[in-house]
Design a protein around this ligand. Structure first.
Ligand code: ASP
Length: 409
């Protein structure tokens, strides 16, 4: 009997944790397994995004405007809801008030964190100066912008040329999906390597000073992923959300172990197409876009994280300042790269917007947050891809697709 992929992954997780707890540092012997798997996933990302977005835009043809508007509308809505959850929880729980970061904060070098550019730069940066350079350097926002623009002129070509390019991008996309399926076979082995490494390298001492901060973010992420998103899903599709969570379980596990929506994208696409039954036309447009710009978990985290820092520094932020945080947290989540800890680095953008960016204490606290970021990053990446996948199903359903969740009738 063939064991379902999500069971395989779950078993790999449990084995990975047990292995690391028993063998401690020696468990790092499994690290190469995780590294090899990560490299395989990363190897696919750029060509997968190029082929899937371009073929998605071509296949959507005249419907691109409508589908695009729905997709962006959904992404904006869920990100803002996530931010409001973060804002509310941080104000209620007040995780930063009266904490003593002394011992933990001094152990880290804040210089490790580079300061990113301003919120407007995120929008400017989307336009690549040279699309080929963007592809070579893995500048995903730039690649996406180019593929949407390029893909949308192809339907206007005379038939002879149009067919050549249609076939080229559709064939390339199919090849990428076959490659993806081949890599996914190794998911349990990769998860084992990644999880055992994460557990073996993170000490538990560290977490005490910032426990309330971690609790606040965890409650927020849980609320968003397992209450708000299922409700939104049900309201729009009238389908039992459990079906969806079952369909995307392998992608959630991949997000949890890789901490990267980008690296998880191949798995997310496979789950949404094969298990959730969303057409390739919709998923190949909605998912790569979502992996890059729709990060609900990150958005929630930016907002709650900055409030935490402000509280720890003894600042009481006004209503206007909190509104600024909401807006910049959204932009920061759009601009955050789909890689591990990207969200944490973007926190400086939000801090800058309320004038705390240059506060020496802020850098120190961010240093501490970096040290304990791994588990939070794993969880917010799960939330990020869960929201993308739900968006894909909602858009597919609204476009009249019927054969959803074919294996769960
Ligand atoms: N690691 C997250 C992701 O790839 C981004 C973040 O750091 O919040 O989705």
């Amino acid at each position: 009997m063939k064991i379902k992929l999500y069971w395989q992954v779950l078993i790999a997780m449990v084995l990975g944790i047990t292995f690391a707890l028993i063998f401690k540092e020696q468990a790092l012997i499994a690290k190469p397994l995780g590294t090899i798997f990560m490299r395989l996933l990363k190897m696919i990302i750029v060509p997968l995004i190029i082929f899937s977005i371009t073929s998605g835009v071509i296949n959507l043809g005249k419907n691109i405007g409508r589908v695009g508007a729905k997709t962006f509308g959904y992404y904006l809505l869920t990100s803002l809801i996530a931010i409001v959850i973060g804002l509310t929880l941080a104000n209620l729980i007040k995780p930063g008030v009266g904490i003593d970061l002394g011992s933990v904060a001094t152990e880290f070098d804040p210089a490790l964190l580079s300061t990113p550019s301003s919120p407007f730069d995120i929008i400017i940066r989307m336009i690549p100066l040279n699309p080929l350079a963007a592809a070579v350097e893995g500048d995903i926002l730039g690649i996406i912008f180019w593929c949407i623009v390029f893909g949308s002129v192809i339907p206007q070509l005379p038939k002879k040329h149009r067919l050549v390019l249609n076939q080229f991008f559709n064939a390339g996309f199919e090849a990428m999906m076959i490659l993806t399926k081949a890599v996914i076979i190794f998911l349990p082995i990769g998860v084992f390597g990644l999880i055992s490494t994460a557990v073996a390298t993170t000490g538990f001492e560290l977490f005490k000073g910032v426990a309330m901060y971690m609790v606040t973010i965890t409650i927020g992420l849980t609320l968003h992923a397992f209450v708000i998103l299922p409700v939104i899903f049900f309201l729009f599709t009238r389908i039992n959300p459990i079906k969806h969570y079952r369909a995307i379980a392998p992608a959630m596990a991949a997000a949890f172990s890789t901490s990267s929506s980008g690296a998880t994208l191949p798995v997310t696409m496979d789950c949404v197409e094969t298990n959730a039954g969303v057409s390739n036309k919709i998923s190949s447009f909605v998912l790569p876009l979502g992996a890059t710009i729709n990060m609900d978990g990150t958005a929630l985290y930016e907002c709650a994280g900055v409030l935490f820092i402000a509280q720890a520094l003894g600042f009481d932020l006004s209503f206007t300042q909190q509104l600024i945080i909401v807006i910049t947290a959204f932009l920061a989540s759009v601009g955050a790269a789909a890689i591990p800890s990207a969200g944490l680095v973007m926190i400086f953008i939000v801090l800058d917007a309320v004038g705390l960016g240059n506060h020496p204490g802020a850098a120190l606290i961010v240093g501490t947050m970096l040290a304990v970021d791994r588990p939070l990053d794993m969880y917010r990446t799960v939330v990020n891809i869960t929201s993308d996948s739900i968006g894909a199903v909602i858009v597919a359903k609204s476009e009249g697709e019927k054969d959803l969740y074919p294996n769960q009738k």
